[in-house]
Design a protein around this ligand. Structure first.
Ligand code: HEM
Length: 511
């Protein structure tokens, strides 16, 4: 039987109350007003990025090892500890730039956000399908996103705005070489990798720390679409990737990913030609092998899109004992941003929603009230005590389970500076050289397609960067745009960049 939210039966859901069949409506019509005014409030602000996504549930199963070694040497985090241990999880895959109803065939990074509901509380690993990012300092995030989002006047995504920004952002070259390659349009969510991208830390029982990077590898294999495939797919269905995931799970074909971890000692590593805290870089796998730690299996779909997808809230600050942040300047900025936006987007009590609750751990806080409080969090023996300290039955601080925090000693002058070892081109060039011929052809074609819609000075600067990335890439893109190396030889390095000796040598040869 249909009721309103007060539990009153609804006898007529077709006609509002009026004076006579044609007459004016009455204001005391509670049922009608409740229905319409609730409808008026159905939407919450969509995510400022990653607005469109698909959620599924499953579990993580640990091997108890980091490759051949017992994992306890590196981390005491509970989901990894014992072989065969399973932890419930939710995952949200997403596209980044489009709105909530946009195409899932766009050339765009894909979000890969996993929420582990552990017995020590929730752990969110919020990653992407590409291993690196456009920028290395969080202060630039609103700019890179504004450049990629629609023009504020025409509301169209404009290559000229995108490459205007990118041409002034040399650290973006590694990401661009990935994004405009076939990897830039994954065929669907089941056939793509995931990467933590930022550098995190692991802490073991002794309080020792290591730097780590996370990689998810799909057992289904990796598949991508060319721009033409994507155009056809988009004409048929804007939401094919969500459907593919939901259908596979409904058929009982549960997708799986292996989780691998790269690890290095927690120091600056002056021997490397990049900084381990720079998210525009990958760690070479020959020196830092990616070793398996477990697998993720997805075996159920959401029951309600709004409650479990629109309201699910991930963040990089959501870590458990045994895991920690690094000083990666993106990671620190992200960690503020997620819970800040969620307090605004979902509401201050977003962590009381079932999908966000730490459902395998007990939650006991003195946080009270606020919009949409759903329940009082777990409390001490005495419900009158919502403060701490107290000797009358309130909550008490937890003891550190292991050692006190073993934070590093940090000594430095307050500054605003780039990290040393920016080295913006080497890995982008290596990535290009690793591609098969058809992938290089596709990358060049996609770049020319976009850059041909840009102003000449933007084209020239991009060709200049690509020549520094790898001669062949710069020459081919330049050829497509009618720009020879000699045409860009006059360009000075940007004020915002530090060129290596090798880069300077390349520049000198341009003329
Ligand atoms: C979503 C900020 C960089 C992956 C979001 C959201 C914000 C945000 C505000 C919306 C969250 C929500 O409304 O619930 C930032 C900032 C960044 C940054 C400030 C840089 C400083 C990155 C990077 C990655 C990433 C480098 C990949 C490793 C994601 C994912 C989501 C997301 C996967 C969607 C989460 C979901 O499915 O709900 N980001 N982001 N972000 N971001 Fe970032």
């Amino acid at each position: 039987m249909l009721t309103n939210r007060q539990g009153h039966p609804v006898h007529d859901n077709q006609n509002q109350r009026t004076v006579g069949a044609r007459g004016p409506a009455t204001l005391e019509n509670y049922q009608f007003l409740e229905k319409i005014s609730h409808f008026d409030r159905e939407r919450i602000p969509e995510r400022v990025v990653h607005a469109r996504g698909a959620v599924a549930y499953g579990y993580f199963e640990a091997t108890g090892q980091l490759g051949d070694e017992p994992i306890g040497r590196y981390t005491r985090a509970v989901p990894f500890a014992e072989p065969g241990k399973r932890t419930d999880l939710a995952i949200r895959f997403s596209t980044v730039i489009g709105g909530r109803d946009s195409s899932e065939s766009a050339r765009d990074p894909r979000g890969f956000a996993v929420k582990f509901y552990t017995e020590n509380g929730n752990w969110d690993l919020v990653g992407n399908n590409l291993a690196v990012f456009f920028i290395r300092d969080a202060i630039k995030f609103p700019d890179v996103i504004h450049a990629l989002k629609p023009d504020p006047v025409t509301f169209r995504q404009e290559p000229n705005r995108i490459f205007d920004f990118m041409s002034q952002t040399p650290e973006a070259m590694h990401m661009l070489v990935n994004l405009f390659s076939p990897r830039g349009i994954p065929s669907d969510y089941r056939h793509m990798q995931g990467f933590g991208v930022n550098t995190y830390k692991w802490i073991n029982e002794q309080g020792e720390t290591h730097l780590v990077k996370y990689h998810w590898m799909p057992k289904q294999g990796v598949r991508s679409m060319t721009a033409e495939d994507a155009a056809v797919q988009q004409g048929r269905d804007l939401g094919h990737a969500t459907k593919d995931l939901q259908d596979a799970i409904d058929r009982g074909e549960y997708p799986e990913w292996e989780l691998l971890v790269q690890i290095m000692s927690d120091e600056e590593h002056p021997e490397l030609d990049f900084d381990p805290l720079d998210d525009t870089k990958v760690w070479p796998e020959d020196r830092f092998p990616a070793r398996p730690v477990g697998k993720m299996v997805l075996n159920s779909n959401v029951a309600n899109f709004f409650a479990e997808n629109e309201q699910i809230s991930f963040g990089t600050g959501v870590l458990i004992d045994g895991l920690d942040f690094s000083d990666d300047k993106m990671l620190v900025g992200r960690t503020f941003s997620y819970s800040d936006t969620q307090r605004y987007r979902v509401g201050p009590n977003y962590l009381q929603l079932p999908v966000n609750q730490a459902k395998n751990a007990e939650v006991r806080t003195n946080q009270r009230d606020g919009q949409m409080t759903y329940h009082v969090d777990g409390q001490g023996e005495n419900p009158h005590v919502n403060y701490e300290p107290s000797i009358t039955g309130g909550l008490r601080e937890a003891r550190y389970p292991h050692l006190d925090e073993q934070g590093p000693v940090i000594n430095g002058r307050l500054t605003r500076s780039r990290i040393p070892r920016t080295n913006d081109y080497t890995q982008a060039g290596q990535r290009y050289l690793l591609m098969e011929q058809w992938e290089r052809d596709d990358l060049v074609l996609n770049l020319i397609g976009q850059l041909s819609q840009c102003d000449r000075p933007i084209q020239e600067r991009m060709v200049w960067h690509f020549l520094l990335v790898e001669d062949e890439l710069g020459l081919r893109v330049g050829e497509g745009l009618g720009i020879a190396p000699g045409d860009v030889a006059h360009l000075e390095p940007l004020a915002s960049q530090d060129l290596s000796e090798e880069d300077r040598g390349r520049l000198a040869s341009l003329g």
